[in-house]
Structures are given as structure tokens and as C-alpha cells.
Design a protein around this ligand. Structure first.
Ligand code: FES
Length: 129
């Protein structure tokens, strides 16, 4: 696959769920040192369900599309299922990515996982205040 799918282009032109969550249950930050792209993910959890996901990003078009798709996949999922969301799930939801852009899906998946871990550390393990 050499070109961007229609879904990638749609998400890039109209990214979903961009922004912050003021009273976020968890926040995850992840950067890619090779390209300098950066993603910050905010999640809101109620019970065991991720009820909202938002993000700030400085990234390439593929990373933006992946972050947008990640929010759509994660919102409404239980914490366990959201934690298991993979880069492949994101790429599949976008109908694929060009080979040389596959790594851009890593930010979305890892940012979400870090936000969930932050939630567990804050509220479940009580490590943070
Ligand atoms: Fe850095 Fe796409 S080039 S995430």
C-alpha cells in the first residue's frame, strides 16, 4: 500500500476528539524520538469504562489520523479492552497505512496505554496524588 486510504484522509482533515479533558482520570504522553512527533492522551473513566478520550498532538498526518481513530476505538470500551487496543487495530480501522507510515500508529496505541496506566496508578494503586 503506497497511498493513504480515504479513512486516513478523512481523519486527517477532520480529526475527532481533539482537545483536553480538564478532570481527566488519566493522562499519557508519548514521543517518537526518531521523528520528534508527540502525543498527549487524556481519558475519562467511569466505573470500568473509558467514557471519553481526547488528545493533543504534534505529529505527521498519519499520526494525527491514528490518534483520531484510536479515540473512536477506545471510547465506550472497558478498561481491559481499551488497554489491549493495538497498533494493528488502529491501522485496520483506517483501512491500512502505507508501509513506511506503519510506525506512526504506535503513538496512538502507546499514548492510550500510558493514560490507562496513569489512571491505575492514581486511583487504583494510589501511587499518585
Ligand atoms: Fe513521526 Fe509519523 S513520522 S509519527
Amino acid at each position: 500500500m503506497h497511498e493513504y486510504s480515504d479513512k486516513v484522509i478523512r481523519h486527517f482533515k477532520n480529526p475527532k476528539n481533539v482537545g483536553t479533558i480538564e478532570d481527566a482520570s488519566g493522562v499519557g504522553e508519548i514521543g517518537d524520538p526518531t521523528c520528534g512527533d508527540f502525543l498527549r492522551v487524556f481519558i475519562k473513566v467511569e466505573g470500568d469504562v473509558v467514557i471519553d478520550v481526547k488528545y493533543q498532538i504534534r505529529g505527521c498526518p498519519a499520526a494525527i489520523s491514528c490518534a483520531s481513530a484510536m479515540t473512536e476505538l477506545a471510547i465506550g470500551k472497558g478498561l481491559d479492552d481499551a488497554m489491549m487496543l493495538t497498533e494493528d487495530d488502529i491501522v485496520t480501522a483506517l483501512d491500512g497505512l502505507p508501509e513506511f507510515k506503519l510506525h506512526c500508529s504506535a503513538l496512538g496505541a502507546a499514548g492510550l496505554q500510558k493514560a490507562i496506566i496513569d489512571y491505575f496508578e492514581r486511583y487504583v494503586h494510589g501511587k499518585k496524588t
